[in-house]
Each structure stands twice: as C-alpha cells, then as structure tokens.
Design a protein around this ligand. Structure first.
Ligand code: SOE
Length: 388
C-alpha cells in the first residue's frame, strides 16, 4: 500500500479520486491533484485513492511515483468503488465514452481529457449520460486546460468587457514538431480507431475550444483540408511498417456565430515549434495575441491609443488581479503548463461543491466534436463549406 498522497489537511472534507491512465496526461493530472488544495481554497481536499491502468506492474510503479494509494487493472471495478467520488479519465480517446458513461451511471463525478470522444455519436451518448447524472447531483467536465491559462482567461475577460469591440478575425494555430521525423515509430495517436483523428482532434480541438472560449462565439461552419505526410511508420507493436490512418495536419477556415471569421492550423510537423498554441483576435477597437510558448504574456493593442504611441503592448500576466495567479507567486514569477491543470481542478472542485455545472461541460466538448467532424467532412468533399 503506497503512502497515500493526499492534500487532506483535516480541515476540509475529502473528495476521493480515481484516475484511469498514467501516461503524459496522467502524470500532469496527478501533479494537479497533489497541488490543488495546497494552493487554492477549495471546499474539499482530494484523496488520491486509486490509479487504473492496463499493465499491473507498470500501473503499480506509476501509482507509487505519482502519489496514488493503490493501483488497479480493472477500470470497471474502479468506477464502482464506494470509496471513489470522482473518476479522472486520462486514456486514449477510444475509451472515453465507455469509462465516462459507466462512471456517471455509478454516481461518480467525471473529468475527461480532450477531445471528449472519437466521434460525434460517442460524444452525444456521453452528453446524455452527463445530463441524466446532473439531475442526481453528479457533475462532469472536459479537460480543455488552455482555458485556465491566466493569459487566455484574461483575454476572455477583455473581450467580454468590450475592449476589442466587435470581433472580426480569429487566427489560431497549434504547432508542434514531435512527428516531423518520418522514422518515428507508430503511436496510438496515429491510429484512427484509437485516436479518432490526428492533429485535428489532438491539438486542433484545443484551438477550436480556445477560440470559442475567448470570443464567446461558436463556430457555425467550416471549410477544411487535411494531409498525411508520412503514410507508413515502423510499427510500435510488431515488426515492419504500419499504415498511418489519421491526418498529420489540418487547416480550416471558419465562420462564427457573432459574424467573425477564422483561420485555423493544427500540425505536429512544424519543425522547431514545440508547443506553439497561438491565437490572435482582431476586433473593431482592439486586438489580442497569445503564444503558449510565452504563456505568461498577452499582447494587447488598444485602438484608442494615440497614433504616436499606439502598438501592441506586452502584458505580463502575473499580477494578483489576473485570473488564478494570486494563488501562486509574486508578480513576474511565471507559471507553467502544469499550473493550468491545477486551475482546472480548482474550478472543478468549487463548481461541484456549489452545485454549479463545471465548464467546459460535456456539451461544450460535443460542440468541439461537431466542428472536428465538419472539418473532416469538408476535407472529404473538396474543402466545401460545411455547417456545424
Ligand atoms: C499532443 O502531443 C499533446 O500532448 C496534446 O495531446 C495535449 O492536449 C497538449 O496539451 C500537449 O500536446
């Protein structure tokens, strides 16, 4: 039995958590579960009860390393445990629907990594289960963590306050390069049956959600194209080569509900770009620009500035008045990727306790899923305009 890591300080009731999946997302979610009650005044302290995985030994080692009291290779048993209140799903997309629906039906709150599912049908079933569970006081959230980057939360605030005026352009790109080497082996992310799609669903989902979060508008139609540059890769399970069955990059234009237009790019072949999640918004009174590789900065152009001094100003988003930052360090002592997940859990725990449906909801996740499907439909039909 691992020394149970929990932030239960005895002052607050606990929230008993189970997590399924212990790769990159499992590791960063574990960091957030360990830290959230130590930095945020959340109503309940997480107790990290059990970690689920497929391989007994590797899952036990991961539980030890990440601070989970137990490990299990039976997620169906895990979601039914009486000593679990919330299930955190950090597995590949082909398992999201079955795990989330089982957990919700067992009366457990659910946090599910993005994208919500691999298909619109799966996402619709998850939304139905979430809506039924909510009537029983059981809540759910999809983990679009970039909403909890202080700079993007500030961007949303500035748009909502009218500082940009009428929104006209959204320009978003999510650029990585970890698959640019054709010799890199297959991974589950390159198999449609496991991942649903490639760059489009993996990282395109983030900029779709972020653009809607910042602007407060929804995407109503798209025209898109996709490409697969490397069509076969060395198998990661057997010898020989295996077909890649998803996109390597996706580009699309979009129309928004409030009249704005957008351009989007998602690729894991932008050599030199490591995690450049970028968004620029142009309005009638001002503009915003953000690049996750400089995640503590937001560039703001105020159209009301006098011509001799106008221009984009660099806001260092580390003031205590900025979203989330006050819980951490003094101004200028910047935050990182993992902090966004702690922010996500702080909002989730607070929403559950107050009986307020957490955001982004599974319905928000379904909205992203519909955009993903529309881009693929458009790409299959000569990039014709497809309504979402
Ligand atoms: C892709 O490599 C990935 O791990 C995404 O799956 C995550 O959602 C993103 O935050 C970082 O990059």
């Amino acid at each position: 039995m691992t020394e149970q890591t929990n932030s239960n300080d005895g002052r607050r009731p606990e929230l008993r958590v189970a997590m399924v999946g212990h790769a990159f997302m499992g590791a960063v979610h574990s960091q957030a579960w360990r830290s959230v009650a130590r930095f945020f005044d959340v109503p309940r302290s997480p107790t990290m009860v059990v970690l689920g995985g497929r391989d007994p030994e590797r899952t036990a080692q991961a539980a030890q390393r990440m601070g989970w009291a137990e490990s299990s290779t039976d997620w169906r048993e895990l979601v039914r445990r009486d000593d679990v209140d919330l299930v955190d799903i950090c597995t590949p997309g082909d398992t999201h629907a079955e795990i989330a629906i089982a957990a919700l039906e067992a009366g457990k709150h659910v946090l599910c990594e993005k994208p919500l599912a691999n298909t619109v049908d799966e996402a619709e079933r998850m939304v139905r289960a979430a809506e039924q569970a909510r009537e029983r006081g059981v809540f759910s959230m999809v983990a679009f963590n970039y909403r909890r980057v202080p700079a993007l939360a500030l961007a949303r605030r500035l748009v909502a306050e009218g500082r940009l005026g009428e929104i006209r352009h959204v320009r978003a790109a999510y650029l990585q390069d970890w698959l640019a080497d054709a010799a890199a082996p297959m991974t589950w992310r390159l198999r449609r049956e496991q991942a649903g799609s490639g760059s489009l669903g993996d990282i395109g989902a983030h900029i779709i959600d972020a653009s809607q979060f910042v602007t407060g508008q929804t995407i109503t139609g798209v025209s898109g194209l996709t490409e697969t540059f490397v069509r076969q890769r060395p198998s990661d399970t057997a010898g020989g080569l295996e077909d890649v069955t998803v996109d390597d990059c996706a580009l699309f234009t979009a129309r928004f509900s409030g009249g704005a237009v957008g351009s989007f790019e998602a690729t894991r072949y932008a050599l030199g770009r490591k995690n450049a999640m970028r968004i620029e918004v142009n309005g009638s009174r001002g503009s915003l620009a953000f690049d996750f590789e400089s995640m503590n900065e937001l560039w703001f152009h105020d159209g009301a500035d006098a011509p001799e001094t106008e221009g984009f100003r660099r806001i260092v988003v580390t003031e205590p008045t900025h979203p989330y930052v006050g819980a951490w360090w003094p101004p200028g002592h910047v935050l990182g990727y993992e902090h966004t997940f702690t922010h996500e859990l702080a909002d989730l725990l607070t929403a559950i306790e107050s009986g307020t449906p957490p955001e982004p909801s599974f319905a928000d996740g379904l909205r992203v899923q519909r955009v993903l499907a529309a881009v693929e439909r458009s790409a299959e039909n000569g990039s014709s305009f497809v309504k979402v």
